[in-house]
Design a protein around this ligand. Structure first.
Ligand code: ZN
Length: 76
């Protein structure tokens, strides 16, 4: 019986550690978002013409940034 309780505690701790790691990653992502909202925006480069523009003004398509709809490669 005590073995069962012991393992339940061990498994519970492991799950907590995993959850903490996941939420740490989520916090980092939301910090980036906060920075963007505060005006400290990341600059991104258009994959087509290599012009730099703020992240919020760029179009993100399949992991690549574009400055305008016209520069989004339409190989769909
Ligand atoms: Zn462009």
């Amino acid at each position: 019986m005590w073995k069962l309780i012991f393992w339940a505690i061990v498994i519970g701790l492991i799950i907590q550690v995993i959850k903490r790691n996941l939420s740490a990653k989520a916090n980092r992502a939301s910090e980036n978002q906060k920075a963007a909202e505060a005006g400290i925006e990341n600059m991104v480069e258009c994959d087509q013409c290599h012009v730099h523009l703020p992240r919020s003004e760029a179009f993100l398509v399949e992991g690549k940034f574009y400055c305008s709809r016209a520069h989004i490669k339409s190989d769909v």
